[in-house]
Design a protein around this ligand. Structure first.
Ligand code: AMP
Length: 216
């Protein structure tokens, strides 16, 4: 049976950074709903144009669009063994849809690491964040700076600040998380999948905690 890991936690807690490392460590593919939307925006697809109006305001893209996009992604052959899901599900409707989809794909949600940090830490991390244009690698100007300013260490592409990492939108994204995504903590705790991870540790220690939690 295919193994799916859902990384849960507020924006800025380090899900993307850790998901990339987890994917390398486990050999599972990394699927980020935010990256998929950003690819659509870059390619100016219909979905991208629609999603942009929500993302720019720090709101969630409607469930039906998000679920359809993820369904299409999970149906591809590289997900046969499972995946690390980063940013999906973000609502209980999406979590129910995921459970149903995985039933069809002979998979299940195995573990749900829930990475936590205070709101103050999140705002600090998001507002200093730089993202690589080519592959979405993430840096922070103080906590995890690139070797050369505005250049990705890993692929040499340009680093940019996401529009939705600007301060007004950041505050709204955290609010939306608390209202719409935080109920998933109870959802997955009730299913016995949840593992709490302290996200205020440095990147390497969060990785260590995650890897040992996944082994249990
Ligand atoms: P992220 O890169 O995960 O921070 O996502 C960036 C933005 O994309 C979010 O603030 C939402 O507007 C949108 N988004 C990403 N994933 C989802 C999702 N599962 N459901 C709805 N909107 C999403």
């Amino acid at each position: 049976m295919a193994t799916f890991i859902v990384l849960l936690g507020p924006p800025g807690v380090g899900k993307g950074t850790q998901a990339k490392i987890m994917a390398e460590e486990t050999g599972l593919v990394h699927i980020s709903s935010g990256d998929l939307f950003r690819e659509n925006i870059k390619g100016q697809t219909e979905l991208g144009k629609l999603a942009q109006t929500y993302i720019g305001r720090g709101e969630l893209v409607p469930d039906n669009l998000t679920i359809a996009m993820i369904r299409e992604r999970l149906a591809r052959p590289d997900c046969k063994a499972g995946a690390i899901l980063d940013g999906f599900p973000r609502t209980t409707t999406q979590a129910d849809a995921l459970e149903k989809m995985l039933g069809e794909f002979n998979g299940k949600v195995n573990k749900v690491p829930y990475i936590t940090a205070s709101e103050k830490v999140l705002v600090e991390r998001l507002s200093g964040r730089w993202t690589c244009r080519a592959n979405g690698h993430v840096y922070h100007d103080k906590l995890n700076p690139p070797k050369q300013a505005t250049v990705c260490d890993l692929d040499g592409s340009e680093l940019y600040q996401r529009d939705d990492d600007k301060s007004d939108t950041v505050v709204r994204r955290i609010q939306v998380y608390l209202e719409q995504t935080a109920p998933l903590i109870t959802y997955y705790r009730g299913r016995g999948n949840l593992i709490e991870i302290n996200g205020t540790q440095n990147i390497r220690d969060v990785t260590k905690s995650l890897l040992s939690a996944l082994k249990k």
